[in-house]
Design a protein around this ligand. Structure first.
Ligand code: C5P
Length: 289
């Protein structure tokens, strides 16, 4: 039987890099929030694991979803497969966690389909696949720490609508490169994340001056034309934009859906970036049908 799931994108409302670790990764403190922009995944039984990608070109080596299915199969010592159709809507390698979300949904669904819930730790497998994957195993809003594997759910944002702007880029190994160009001046102490956690848990509306991202300087210096796109987006939307993840996606809070649509159209026309309107997902329901 074919079942359909949504895999939601995320934004980093804060992203503080605390320092570099002996294993080469960096310790983070970040508020992650799911948003309504989503890929669609359809699963069916099959002899082998395979994946058809629609809507965007994606090299098989970049398909973390295939790796998720294979890792689960190997860990459980199973001889079963699945045909997965992935309809991409979330821009790839953009700071929105699309691939990580696809991988997490694949783990969640195939563990259920193959009745492995008691036999494998999805949290462990998610952390092996990528630093952003554990967040996507279930919650809408969380403080994420460590390399990304420590996920503490918090109250979702009370604010609703957002404008996203994603410039194209061709930077291979983007996340690793951006981490590599951080300097100690870009590092934070986790206080911005603590402040936002307290405000969200108290149900306070989001404020632009609470949103910080350690990659803001490095991303402007690394993605060609990002600085100009950023400036123009703020000018035509009349709102501050913030970086998500290691970029290059930018987001802004909007007062309501109508403002978000107006601003997104202006940003797309002025910058050529792909613009989306979305809202926060307080508690994602992954299964769509
Ligand atoms: O875990 P993921 O595959 O997303 O990480 C990609 C690269 O980003 C890593 O190889 C590492 O260089 C860097 N990274 C890091 N610290 C993190 C997450 C990622 O240095 N917490």
């Amino acid at each position: 039987m074919a079942v359909v799931y949504k895999a939601f994108a995320k934004l980093n409302l804060t992203l503080e890099v605390l320092g570099k670790r002996p294993d080469g990764f960096h310790d983070l403190a970040s508020v992650f929030h799911a948003v309504s922009l989503a890929d669609r995944l359809t699963f069916e039984d099959a002899a082998d694991v395979s994946c058809d990608v629609r809507g965007m070109a994606l090299a098989p080596a970049d398909n973390i979803m295939l790796r998720a299915a294979e890792l689960l199969r190997e860990t459980a010592g199973l001889d079963r497969g699945a045909r997965i159709v992935l309809e991409k809507a979330i821009p790839v390698a953009a700071g929105l966690g699309g691939g990580s979300s696809d991988a997490a949904v694949t783990l969640v669904h195939l563990a259920e389909r193959w009745r492995l819930a008691d036999r494998v730790s999805l949290a462990d497998l998610a952390a092996q696949l990528g630093s952003d994957v554990p967040f996507f195993l279930g919650t809408g809003a969380a403080v994420v720490r460590g390399r990304g594997e420590q996920v503490e759910p918090i109250s979702p944002a009370t604010h609703g609508w957002l404008i996203l702007a994603t410039p194209t880029h061709a930077l291979a190994g983007k996340t690793g490169r951006l981490f590599a160009v951080l300097t100690p001046d870009d590092f934070g102490d986790g206080r911005a994340t603590e402040r936002l956690r307290a405000a969200m848990n108290a149900g306070e509306p989001l404020r632009d001056d609470w949103l910080v991202n350690a990659f803001s300087r490095a991303a402007r210096a690394t993605f060609p034309a990002l600085a100009e796109t950023w400036r123009r987006a703020e000018e035509v939307a009349g709102r501050p934009f913030h970086l998500s993840g290691a970029g290059p996606s930018l987001f802004a809070l909007a007062a309501n859906e109508a403002e978000a649509h107006r601003a997104a159209a202006r940003v797309a026309a002025a910058t050529g970036a792909s613009a989306h309107v979305c809202h926060f997902e307080p508690q994602p329901r992954l299964r769509a049908g």
